[in-house]
Write a protein that binds this ligand. Structure first.
Ligand code: SAH
Ligand code: SF4
Length: 419
């Protein structure tokens, strides 16, 4: 989008997208499905009603606890049913198009989702793994691209946008666990940096990849249910964080239904500036946003909201900004996460100087807030916050071609065509 278009007041590039319904992309893989979806898949191949619950439990264990890639591994499932399953379905993962490993051990995967139709090569998204000694964090995407247009974010410049299905969101965790050997009996690739504390290699999930999770709330909540299920992937909900730019009407539902941690992309303390940096602010301003934060269920000092604040040189990084930030957050159990701005090709901002970030952080710290500065990870492979933008852009031309030919590309949208 051009600067003129932004100045003219665009909040987002298109209206909220409808959710591509339930089933696995491409229809055939069972990987990523919810219990209900698995049940339907089993019913469809004639498994009798009375057996469904038990069969779902078996599949669940093999797919999500063991990471099975082949029905033949499922030794407690009868041979006949295994053959039926193999004839109708697969355990295929989305394709890993490329893997980049940063000097600091961060890994970024470009993942191609299954095709949704004959002319669709499959949407591509990025997913980033950030290992530390005592935890491994997976940064997942919730949409292909993002309809919002935050002025400092690379993803916001991507024009092709669709919601990911819940299966596609879950599949990112499966792909990551495959790649780093995080299944019972598997081992990590030689020389890989993974946590050494004896826990899971992926212990935390952050919805901080591409997309606005609360524009795809149904699928995000369904995916969180699968990821946190105690008999399968077993991630603690307290170790799952959903980051939103401020979709106020969806926040309460997220808290009530998914009960995860919440992060808010605040980035500015005055509406005038936030309108520009995070344009959804024109719909839901800072006051509305912070009121919704105060109402988020289950907050306490042990369960705080993270406020993300990207440090932009000369834009939002003054002492006065820091003091106003502290004033605004009064009464909200909060952590403040200062993010050094990560530049991307064509970005118009610069990252604040280190001394400025330290000074800002000190003001916040003196007011009683932990204010870690997020160490940029994976900068050398453009895997840091806000740098994600997939090659799916290239699909735009194809989407237009399909529209011209009257072929529906389910869930694929070409946005704008003036540039
Ligand atoms: N759409 C959601 C989640 C994805 S963005 C949201 O906006 O919250 C994850 C975080 O990275 C957000 O806080 C976002 O504002 C921040 N971010 C985006 N671009 C960035 C950049 N270039 N440098 C640093 N942080 C950035
Ligand atoms: Fe979308 Fe978040 Fe980027 Fe804004 S910061 S454009 S909401 S991904």
């Amino acid at each position: 989008m051009s600067d003129a278009a932004r100045a003219a007041g665009f909040v987002e590039k298109t209206a909220e997208l409808t959710v591509a319904a339930g089933a696995a992309p491409g229809g055939a893989s069972l990987v990523g499905l919810t219990r209900d979806q698995l049940k339907d898949s089993l019913s469809a191949i004639g498994v009798p009603e009375r057996e469904l619950k038990m069969r779902v439990a078996q599949l669940w264990h093999w797919i999500y606890f063991r990471g099975a890639k082949d029905f033949a591994e499922m030794t407690n499932v009868g041979k006949e049913l295994r053959a039926k399953l193999a004839a109708a379905y697969t355990l295929a993962r989305p394709q890993v198009v490329s893997e980049q490993v940063s000097k600091d051990g961060t890994r970024k995967w470009l993942i191609r989702m299954a095709s949704t139709g004959p002319l669709d090569k499959g949407a591509e998204i990025e997913c980033v793994y950030i290992p530390e000694v005592d935890r491994g964090t997976l940064c997942v995407s919730s949409q292909v691209g993002c309809t919002l247009t935050c002025s400092f974010c690379h993803t916001g410049t991507q024009r092709l946008v669709r919601n990911l299905t819940s299966a596609e969101i879950v599949a990112q965790l499966i792909v990551a666990r495959d790649a780093i050997g995080d299944w019972p009996g598997a081992t990590p690739p030689e020389g890989a940096f993974v946590p050494t504390d004896g826990g899971r290699f992926v212990s935390n999930i952050v919805f901080m990849g591409m997309g606005e999770p609360l524009y795809n709330t149904d699928n995000v909540i369904a995916a969180i249910d699968v990821m946190s299920d105690g008999e399968g992937l077993t991630l603690s909900r307290r170790r799952i964080t959903v980051s939103t730019s401020g979709v106020v009407p969806q926040m309460e539902r997220l808290g009530a239904e998914a009960n995860t941690m919440l992060a808010i992309s605040l980035h500015a303390v005055r509406d005038e500036l936030r309108d520009e940096l995070v344009p959804i602010n024109r719909k839901y301003d800072i006051k509305q946003l912070l009121d919704a934060c105060r109402a988020y269920p289950g907050l306490s000092n042990a369960r705080r909201i993270t406020f993300e604040y990207v440090m932009l040189k000369g834009v939002n990084d003054s002492d006065a900004d820091a003091r106003e930030l502290v004033r605004l957050l009064k009464g909200i159990p909060a952590k403040i996460n200062l993010i050094p701005f990560n530049p991307w090709p064509g970005s118009k901002y610069e990252c604040s100087d280190w001394e400025r970030i330290e000074r800002f952080s000190e003001i916040v710290f003196r007011a009683g807030y932990a204010s870690p500065v997020r160490t940029p990870r994976g900068r050398d492979i453009l895997a840091a916050c806000g740098q994600l933008k997939s090659e799916t852009e290239k699909l735009r031309a194809r989407a237009r071609m399909m529209a011209e030919q009257g072929i529906g590309a389910e869930g694929v949208y070409a946005l704008g065509d003036s540039e």
